[in-house]
Every structure is written in C-alpha cells, then in structure tokens.
Design a protein around this ligand. Structure first.
Ligand code: NI
Length: 174
C-alpha cells in the first residue's frame, strides 16, 4: 500500500467524468488499498480515485467515529438510485479543497447501488453523515465538487483563493 499525492483545486482533472470499472481485479483492489491508506493518512472520511489522479469510478470511505474501530467501505461504480425529498444540512470539506468548510444542503436519505471489493452487487440505504459522504463522493466521479452546491459568491471566492495560491506556487517554482 502506498500513500498517494492528493490533487487539489484548481487541478482541472477534478472536473473529469470518471470511467466505469469493467472488472474488479487485483489491480483495482490495490488501487482501493492505496486510496484507503491515503485517506487515513490525510486524514479524511472519503476519497474518490480521481483525487489521486485516477479517473475511474472507485470510492473509499470510513465514517466511523474516531473512538470506534476502523470500518472501511469500498464502492465501485456507485450510483445514487433514490434520494429523499427531505434535505439535510451538513458542514462539508474536501481533501482536494484543503481547509475550506461550508454548509451544504443535500437529500437527507439516499439509496446507492454499487459493486463491492469482490465485485458483488450491493445496495445500501444511507442517512446522516453516510448519506452526505456518499453523495459527495459520487459527485467527484462526475467532476462535481461540494462547492458547486454553495452560493455562487462563495464559490467564486474560494476558486479565486485557490487559483491565486497555485499561481504563487508556480511563481516560486514549487
Ligand atoms: Ni471531496
């Protein structure tokens, strides 16, 4: 397992629509292991493959509390197949948008269909943090970021801030 570099705003790859996984083999499982290790190291509770620059529909998550034993979850080709009308507001952050947090309203409950680590089809119903996290990660697979769900004014402010920081890093030759 290897800790990979997480790509950040304004990296244009974060806007790619990722390709479905055709076959879950050892290579895909190795990718999931690297993603999990990278996510725990960050630390974060969810990571999509594109965040380590792999444009495939793979997500890892662990929404267990910090005093609970680790509970890694693996999602291949996840799809939200049902969302509640009722919404819920959660403060979200993203490892690709470091140190920025904002409240986002999303459906409170969702049903997701996906393939597990062994390629078996699964379906789960999620609420609370799990529901928020799944929606946030599935968004990543479609090139959507949580800042796309906030006001335009706030989004433009954060985009500008990260673009400016990137320009400064380029200037300094980092
Ligand atoms: Ni994210």
């Amino acid at each position: 397992m290897t800790i990979k570099k997480i790509i950040c705003l304004p990296d244009p790859r974060l806007r790619l629509v990722c390709a479905p996984v055709e076959k879950i083999d050892d290579e895909v499982r190795a990718l999931m292991d690297d993603m999990l290790e990278t996510m725990y190291d960050a630390p974060g509770i969810g990571l999509a493959a594109i965040q380590i620059a792999v444009p495939r529909r793979v997500v890892v998550m662990d929404v267990s509390g910090k005093d609970d034993p680790p509970a890694p979850m693996f999602f291949v080709n996840p799809e939200i197949v049902w969302s509640s009308e009722e919404t819920n507001v959660h403060e979200e952050g993203c490892l690709s948008i470091p140190e920025y947090y904002e409240e986002v309203a999303r459906p409170a409950r969702v049903r997701a269909r996906f393939l597990d680590r062994d390629g078996a089809p699964r379906e789960i119903e999620a609420e609370g943090l799990l529901a928020t996290c799944i929606q946030h990660e599935v968004d990543h697979l479609n090139g959507v970021l949580f800042i796309d769900h906030i006001s335009r004014l706030k989004r433009e402010r954060v985009l500008k801030k990260f673009a400016k920081a990137a320009a400064k890093r380029a200037e300094e030759g980092m």
